[in-house]
Write a new protein. Structure first.
Length: 64
């Protein structure tokens, strides 16, 4: 199923390659946020709840 997903790069993807991608359409339809490493698109991905995604984003904002 992940092969048919449309992945979107992080808005901070110009930071030297250390970025993530997510599948917003999947999240809108299921409530599950899929996240993957942009350097390995065929690799594994994380499946996060909306709450866990929010926590990850907040964590990244304050660590960056």
């Amino acid at each position: 199923m992940t092969a048919t997903l449309q992945w979107v790069s992080s808005s901070h993807s110009d930071n030297g390659g250390a970025c993530i991608e997510w599948a917003p359409e999947h999240a809108r339809h299921t409530g599950e946020v899929l996240v993957r490493d942009s350097k390995t698109p065929a690799g594994p991905h994380l499946a996060l709840s909306a709450d866990a995604w929010s926590e990850l984003v907040n964590f990244a904002k304050f660590q960056g």
